[in-house]
Design a protein around this ligand. Structure first.
Ligand code: PBG
Length: 323
């Protein structure tokens, strides 16, 4: 049967008909909001390259988190912007570092909100690399112990989820073992399993002041040309104990999200990163794109590609628009 017996437009005539046959549904519980935490009180510093996002001190952060909980978001993921940085990224794993203090405060204020903590050293090292350096090279095995210490200190402070984003080999296993040793066997690990070496992280690095001082991240983050390698990365992280696997960035890697979802059937996350957000917002600010439409459509596309969970700077506004 074909036209004129078949008319695809029949099911598009009313919103009720469209909703009835809609294949992809998006709710706030799928969205995780990234938040930048900084020292001080009463601080809310707008990030110029990421309109609508700010570096926020802990006292005001709890208000953002209350709103996130009230909107029914899947969670918030915290990134720390510490007052001091050093070669070993000490502030990233100190038990009373910025992120543990933020987690403790937010957990007390909003116990119903799922708290994620990004685990990486780049925001805390003075050289801006994701691990410790020797002879200008990022040292894989020496970094594992520090990442594991960070994960344990975050879990102890109230993180429900730890999310390693450093791309060191073996870090999921090292973190799982360290968490279990300290009786945090219920702490969830979301691994940034296929994290690409991407130009789309630019605004984040401004926000977190975490651009590498020398060199780049090609020696540990993935080559954008590769998709089969992403499947190997994901497989290894699953074997090491990842509960959820992530692809990052999202929009330029929708094929990878689909492959990962089809191949492993795992709970799969995708990160619509800073550059994806900023390029849309820049066009929105010029009046070239309609914000409500493109934030919805872009996140819906990521979900349709196979992501169960989407980390996005649009999470708050999108949840409002969906309600
Ligand atoms: C830390 C980390 C980065 C992002 C998330 N975790 C920066 C990077 O790898 O350079 C990027 C997030 C974004 O761009 O929104 N390693």
């Amino acid at each position: 049967m074909s036209f004129p017996d078949v008319r695809m437009r029949r099911l598009r005539r009313t919103e009720a008909l469209r909703a009835m046959v809609r294949e992809t549904v998006l709710g706030p519980e799928r969205l995780v909001l990234p938040l930048f935490v900084t020292e001080g009180t009463g601080v809310k510093e707008e990030i110029s390259s990421m309109p609508g996002c700010a570096r926020t001190s802990i006292d005001l952060l709890t208000e953002d988190c209350r709103e996130a909980a009230d909107l029914g978001l899947g969670g918030v993921i915290l990134f720390g912007i510490p007052a001091t940085k050093d070669a070993l990224g000490t502030e990233g794993y100190r038990e009373d570092g910025l992120i543990p203090r933020a987690l403790t405060a937010v957990k007390a204020a909003t116990p119903d909100l799922t708290l994620w903590a990004d685990v990486c050293l780049c925001e805390y090292t003075d050289h801006g690399h994701c691990g410790v350096l020797a002879d200008g090279q990022v040292q894989n095995d020496e970094t594992l112990d520090l990442l594991a210490r960070a994960a344990v200190s975050y879990a102890a402070a109230g993180a429900d989820v730890v999310a390693p984003s450093d791309m060191m080999d073996g870090r999921v296993g090292a973190i799982r073992e360290a968490l279990d040793d300290e009786s945090f066997e219920d702490t969830v690990i979301v691994s940034y399993a296929a994290k690409y070496c991407s130009g789309f992280y630019g605004p984040f690095r401004d926000a977190a002041d975490s651009a590498p001082q020398e060199g780049d991240r090609r020696g540990y983050q993935m080559d954008p040309a590769n998709a089969l390698e992403a499947l190997r990365e994901v497989e290894l992280d699953i074997e090491e104990g990842a509960d959820v696997v992530m692809v990052k960035p999202a929009m330029p890697y929708l094929d990878v999200i689909r492959m990962v979802k089809d191949e492993f059937g795992m709970p799969t996350a995708a990160y619509q990163v800073s550059g994806e957000y900023s390029m849309l917002m820049a066009a929105v600010e010029r009046g070239w794109l309609d914000k409500d439409r493109v934030m919805h459509e872009s996140v819906l596309g990521i979900r349709r590609a196979g992501a169960d969970v989407i980390l996005t700077y649009f999470a708050r506004d999108l949840a409002k628009a969906l309600s």
